[in-house]
Design a protein around this ligand. Sequence first.
Ligand code: ZN
Length: 194
Amino acid sequence: MLIVCPERAWVEVELVGGRLGCPSCRGVLGPWGHARERVLRCSSGDRLLRPRRARCRGCAGTHVLVPEVALVRRQDEVSVIGAAIEAKVAGQGYRRIARRLGVHADTVRGWLRRFALRVELIRAHFTRCAIALDVELGAVLPAGSGVADALEAIAVAARAWVLRFGPGDPWRIASRLSGGVLLATRAPAYPWAG
Ligand SMILES: [Zn+2]
């Protein structure tokens, strides 16, 4: 199973300190080596990711701790993918977005297609997250199209998260709330990753 979490230093402290719970049984997770290394393309340059593996002391299940800057099976940082989605909602075409972000046009088109296929699922999931985070939240207003509505729901959920837990990058928050599978190739079962 995958668990999306903040940066490496946080993971080490929590894991070694026995403060991470198993998502399967609520037992305590302990360190269990690392998952395979991979390169993540970030706006600040390439970054080598070596996700931590954890093993439950209760059920012996193993889990991969994916940093929130990444999405499952995507080579690019979540905030770069998010910038492409925002530009699409602002009316830009995929070729122009790709040039500006320095990403291959087919890659950007792939993100936008995947997002467009999922808009209803994404809108519903992030609206639920927003309501769970902020019980006094008003209605999430329609933004004019399926893609815009889904983006609006992500923004509202991220704001509710920030109000509750403090400042954070909205797309990293979206990665956590989607359990890292925001744009996974298979149909996602979005967890409640609160
Ligand atoms: Zn367990």
